[in-house]
Design a protein around this ligand. Structure first.
Ligand SMILES: Cc1ncc(COP(=O)(O)O)c(C=O)c1O
Length: 474
């Protein structure tokens, strides 16, 4: 990569709003970490082909610092939910700020350990852990990972048996299902009583008895996670208020049985980000009615609460309960990476159709639902902007779609320059973007490019289309 193509640029706040995380150079070029994205795509060595994700590692590290500083003197662990984005440079940036990890598979556990996260900085969630995964978690480091989150009473004797077989004590926490309805998309609400996650609060007494009957299991904490993309603190704080008495009751029960006191109170993740459109949760109806956004949707922008505010609300509950000595764990994923990753795509062509009175204008881009599935899966709307924006361009509304053979491969209606630009940027794609990507339709996985200090510091290329062909030949 030519050095000048990655040189950091001063930002003109009058062109891109200063608070916007993707900013604009004085001439209108989109910048991430001070780097002109268009220029990276135009380099003739062809090293960055679209679709490609770009991430701002410095901003990701700053998010972790921000969350950590909100804890003040409180002992804590920011266990980054790796499922949001498992790229090595990102996990390293989080670990570099003292963050740990929330993992959901053996592969994620192995990955974070290779990337410098300590065993006692890892929690392992998931409703269907295999024996192999349990063994890995119990056998890791000097005394296993920080906590295996038991999501059912039935898991407790299973973990006990594996610990006995390995000659170890397994550290577990109860993931409590509080029966709380979070105001978010149904697919990412996890703490209500029909969700598969967690042990129902009413059954925690039985879970305690299961631990009492499991000599190779130590209960180290309790936790919950009520859902993702929470934009206000109410339900989150409600869940913490429910969890604290469960913590106290479990601790008393353990100590009465001659077992150690609890160590951690895990209040999960779920802190939302501002997608600049309607939040996935409360804006759903409007999104269905008008994918382009509505005045109400715009108002909701200002109501997305920052992660530090969630943490401060949490800590005031912890203080009130006299639990300041306890290590408080949070498991944020989206809020650390979501706003600091973008997906860049090339415009392939446009299409006009007049099925009835109204003319439709489609813009076909080379990124599809296989690269970013959130719009198809959660009806999410990501802002789409030209990479190169120039004064005086005429603007038209385009329905932006990808090449995948599914009607749901549709990124919604967006105002874009007419004639259309060569490249567009899909914003706020850092979380649940690449990690949910697939090779559906024989497509390559997108390239990932990592920026820090105003330059490209790393690039990841996963399977390309030729690798797909080889893998399917059999
Ligand atoms: C147990 C658990 N913790 C943390 C997270 C991370 O949530 P978010 O990315 O919304 O912070 C999830 C997301 O599904 C989860 O299931």
């Amino acid at each position: 990569m030519a050095a000048d193509s990655t040189a950091a640029i001063a930002v003109d706040p009058s062109v891109g709003a200063a608070a916007d995380l993707v900013q604009r150079a004085p001439d209108g070029d989109a910048l991430l970490n001070g780097v002109r994205l268009e220029q990276l795509l135009e380099t003739d060595d062809g090293r960055i082909a679209t679709p490609a994700y770009f991430y701002d590692l410095d901003a990701i590290a700053a998010e972790v610092r921000d969350i950590r500083s909100a804890f003040g003197a409180q002992r804590h662990l920011v266990a980054y939910a790796v499922k949001a984005n498992s790229a090595g440079p990102i996990v390293r940036a989080v670990a570099g700020e003292g963050g740990g990890a929330d993992v959901v598979s053996a592969a994620e556990l192995k990955l974070v350990r290779m990337l410098g996260v300590a065993a006692n900085g890892v929690v392992f969630s998931g409703v269907a852990k295999t024996d192999r995964e349990i063994d890995l978690a119990i056998g890791d480091g000097a005394s296993g990972i920080l906590a295996i989150q038991a999501e059912s009473i039935e898991e407790i004797p299973r973990i006990d048996a594996r610990a006995r077989a390995l000659g170890r004590i397994a550290r577990i926490s109860f993931r409590v299902n509080p029966g709380i309805e979070a105001d978010t998309h149904a697919y990412i609400a996890t703490g209500h009583d029909e969700a598969k996650f967690g042990i129902p609060r009413a059954e925690i007494g039985s879970a305690v008895e299961a631990v009492a009957a499991a000599p190779n299991v130590q209960l180290v904490g309790v936790g919950n996670h009520i859902g993702s993309q929470l934009t206000v603190t109410d339900a989150y704080v409600g869940a913490v208020r429910m969890l604290i008495p469960v913590f106290a009751a479990c601790e008393t029960a353990m100590v009465q049985r001659g077992r150690p006191a609890l160590e951690i109170l895990d209040c999960g993740g779920g802190f939302g980000i501002d997608y600049g459109t309607a939040p996935v949760g409360s804006g759903r109806a409007e999104r269905a009615a008008d994918p382009g956004g509505t005045p109400r949707a715009q108002e909701e922008k200002s109501r997305v609460v920052r992660p530090a505010e969630f943490v401060r609300a949490l800590i005031s509950e912890v203080d009130r309960a006299g639990l300041s000595h306890t290590r408080v764990v949070v498991e944020p994923g989206r809020s650390i990476v979501g706003a600091h990753g973008v997906l860049c795509a090339s415009v392939i062509m446009q299409k006009r159709a007049r099925p009835n009175e109204a003319e439709r204008r489609w813009l076909m881009i080379d990124a599809g639902m296989n690269d970013l599935i959130r719009p198809a899966l959660y009806q999410a709307l990501h802002r789409i902007e030209p990479l190169r924006k120039r004064d005086g361009e005429s603007i038209a509304t385009f329905r932006v779609v990808g090449p995948v053979c599914e009607s749901s491969d549709d990124f919604g209606a967006h105002e874009l320059p007419d004639p259309p630009p060569a490249h567009v940027v899909l914003r706020d794609a850092g979380a649940y973007g690449f990690t949910m990507a697939s090779q559906y339709n024989g497509r390559a996985l997108p390239t990932e490019v990592f920026l820090s200090g105003g330059k490209v510091v790393s690039t990841l290329r996963s399977a390309d289309a030729d690798a797909w062909v080889r893998s399917r030949v059999g």
